[in-house]
Write a protein that binds this ligand. Structure first.
Ligand code: PEP
Length: 260
């Protein structure tokens, strides 16, 4: 059997508690017979839903993640949520460095690195998001930017933690309502560069770190993206927020990947 295919969604600041719970339960019902030995499914809802969310699903079927996390366990960090608090709730995954955290809230690679180190130390599956802006792409420096985001974001990560590390490549220009889908050729080229940077950092083990693609993934382009050998999963926004549509998308993508 090949590697597990990863499918997930970040619900951003869209669904409140009740809506999140019914979404999760519907998604679980629609996907429960799919083997989790072959795929992992994760959903990252808003903080305020987490306590209910982890109880509303079988977390072996749907992993529940947090959208952000402070690097400190406790202290004078008004408005922040610590790894210890997330652990207490039973959350198992933390997303770090989503493009909106970087570009709307001004987070830096150094901060993402502090968060990544803390998340791994606490045993979370740690999903580091990276991506270049349209301007950086225009200058032809996408690969350089991504290499920097990886080298800074993963600075001092120990090899013993690599089995908890996932990367999501999400070009900033491709994400969200104004996003333009990336071409498959572009995704192939960039995933190759990301894997090379990961090998540079961690040797052969680096190539085994899953790299998901995200950015305007939809039912029309999901299959051609996922069949790319270096695309290990899909991180889906808008096209995942209706459970029935996400279930159709991920089933088709999983079949396409298996066909190769
Ligand atoms: C995202 O914001 O991380 C994302 C992938 O969104 P969308 O699929 O809606 O472009």
């Amino acid at each position: 059997m090949g590697k597990k295919i990863l499918f997930g969604s970040n619900l951003k600041m869209y669904k409140g508690v009740e809506e999140t719970i019914s979404y999760l339960q519907e998604l679980q019902d629609l996907t429960k017979e799919m083997s989790r030995a072959e795929m992992e499914l994760f959903i990252i809802p808003s903080y305020v839903t987490l306590e209910r969310a982890v109880k509303a699903v079988d977390t072996k079927l749907i992993k529940i993640g947090a959208q952000n996390m402070c690097w400190e366990d406790a202290g004078q960090f008004t408005g922040e949520i610590s790894p210890v608090m997330l652990k207490e709730l039973g959350v198992s995954l933390v997303m770090i460095g989503h493009s909106e955290r970087r570009h709307v809230f001004g987070e830096t690679d150094v901060q993402e690195n502090q968060k990544v180190l803390a998340a791994l130390q606490h045993g979370f599956t740690t999903l580091l998001c990276i991506g270049e802006t349209a301007e950086e792409k225009g200058y032809g420096i996408s690969k350089e930017i991504l290499r920097i985001q990886l080298k800074k974001g993963l600075h001092q990560v120990s090899r013993k933690h690599l089995d908890h590390l996932w990367i999501a490549y999400e070009p900033v220009w491709s994400i969200g309502v104004a996003g333009v889908p990336a071409t498959v050729d572009y995704v192939r080229e960039i995933h190759q560069a990301i894997k090379e940077s990961l090998e540079e950092l961690f040797g052969a083990d680096g190539a085994n770190i899953p790299v998901l693609y995200g950015g305007s993934v939809n039912a029309d382009n999901a299959n051609e993206m996922i069949v790319e050998p270096l695309v290990d999963g899909l991180f889906v926004g808008r096209s995942a927020w209706q459970a029935d549509k996400f279930s159709v998308l991920l089933r088709a993508a999983k079949k396409a990947k298996e066909r190769g």
